[in-house]
Design a protein around this ligand. Structure first.
Ligand code: MN
Length: 316
């Protein structure tokens, strides 16, 4: 465990006095001292950075956090704890057995966008293509810009089989109801593309779905479907753990961007992605130009944005 905090001159002085007898002989560069404190090594730097490393780092640091607070009551103490940061980042565990296998992966986009359709894709990545996909940058699919996606997806779809389905917002609004929520819709669409792709591709090792619902819930959503593909490995953060999921995500995104641009130009205006206040502003312009009913056709009507957009209209 490593705890780092910033101390002021007065605390620094107290630390020097306190650790005078526990100082190590050698001092790292730019450090005032390095000392042993129970199961912890304390390093104080000239800049006022104090680093506590080891089993008892939290106990050791706590004393100095309190001292700093006491001596400088108006300052906010700046503390970093490696353990809590690790938890926040939460390294995903990549199972090499799945990552290096021939996989069908499935992922969706557009579920958080007020404008633009929901697109779900399943893609098949034969294991010999993995190095090539890594080279293309597919591994960090979340970090790829739209421009990069427009550049690499045409290359990807030349080599890998896939099935996509597009649910327009008009269809979304027609289907959405009390017993048809977003996750049920996703399950139905994932199942559709998986049934299609697995009827053509048979030599896969795993079928991986980026997990958005617990497996029993996913299958519960499909209880009225007549063909259900069941042999699924559900993985959270699937795009980091299986390149077929990453490809499915990128292809979905590619189609989404295309559809989004089509919509933008048909309305002859710029549309923002997501569901922010920018989206509300665009929505207001749309109803001024095309009337309020237009939203039922091109936006996810049950999103909170609709209420905001319509209430703005009334104010005017
Ligand atoms: Mn996903």
């Amino acid at each position: 465990m490593t705890i780092t905090l910033k101390v002021s001159e007065n605390t620094k002085k107290e630390m020097e006095e306190f650790f005078a007898d526990y100082k190590r002989e050698k001092t790292p560069p730019y450090a005032v001292f390095q000392a042993d404190d129970a199961d912890c090594v304390v390093t104080l730097y000239e800049s006022g950075k104090a680093v506590f490393q080891g089993m008892s780092a939290d106990i050791s640091a706590q004393l100095w956090i309190e001292r700093e607070r006491h001596l400088n009551p108006t300052k906010k103490v700046d503390v970093k704890n490696s353990e809590t940061e690790k938890k926040e980042k939460k390294e995903v565990y990549v199972d090499p057995k799945i990552y290096h296998a021939s996989c069908i992966g499935s992922d969706e986009v557009g579920t958080g966008d007020y404008f633009g359709p929901i697109v779900v894709t399943s893609a098949y990545v034969e294991k010999s293509l993995i190095p090539w996909l890594e080279e293309l940058g597919v591994k960090d699919s979340k970090k790829l810009t739209d421009d990069k996606i427009m550049e690499i997806v045409p290359q990807i779809i030349k080599k890998i089989p896939y099935k996509s389905t597009i649910l327009t917002n008009k269809e979304y609004n027609e289907r959405y109801s009390l017993d048809m929520n977003m996750n049920r819709l996703k399950a139905i669409l994932h199942n559709k593309v998986l049934v299609e792709l697995t009827s053509e591709i048979k030599n896969y090792d795993y079928v991986v779905v980026d997990e958005f619902a617990k497996p029993y819930v996913y299958f519960h959503y499909l209880k009225e479907s007549n063909r259900v593909f069941r042999n699924i490995t559900f993985l959270t953060k699937g795009e980091d753990r299986c390149l077929a999921v990453a490809c499915a995500s990128l292809i979905s995104r590619y189609i989404f961007i295309h559809e989004f641009e089509k919509l933008s130009s048909s309305l002859d205006m710029f549309l923002p992605k997501g569901a922010s206040t920018l989206v509300d502003e665009a929505g207001e312009k749309i109803i001024q130009k095309y009337g309020a009913d237009k939203l039922k056709e091109i936006a996810k009507y049950n999103f909170k944005n609709t209420e905001k957009i319509l209430s703005q209209k009334e104010k005017k």
